[in-house]
Write a protein of this length. Structure first.
Length: 118
């Protein structure tokens, strides 16, 4: 059974950094694109970043480009999201997702809370 397990969330002051991790035991990891999404209170889920099977292609939403970096380690079945220069508007529950392509996401984690104080 495929599970995606996020970790690394927490409370940080504006300007600080966090690194999120998402482990995917049971997933044919090297054959799946991976993505990070977030959902702020009262808002819908939005894409944050995504990475291709090999890690050669990445894509970011405009609001995080230049501050966040997505990466993956296929040997560890893990995808990361390094978040720098955090802002209060980055506060949200962050989810990782896996899909055969960027066009559809078949598996989702339970989410990890990120709170950025001003």
């Amino acid at each position: 059974q495929v599970q995606l397990v996020e970790s690394g969330g927490g409370l940080v002051q504006a300007g600080g950094s966090l690194r999120l991790s998402c482990e995917a035991p049971g997933l044919d990891f090297a054959r799946h694109a991976m993505g990070w999404f977030r959902q702020a209170p009262g808002k819908g889920r939005e894409p944050v970043a995504r990475i291709s099977w090999t890690g050669s292609n990445t894509n970011y939403t405009d609001s995080v480009r230049g501050r966040f970096t997505i990466s993956r380690d296929n040997a560890k079945n893990t995808v990361y999201l390094q978040m720098n220069s955090l802002k209060p508007e980055d506060t949200a529950v962050y989810f990782c997702a896996a899909g055969v392509s960027w066009l559809g996401w078949q598996y989702w984690g339970q989410g990890t809370q990120v709170t950025v104080s001003s």
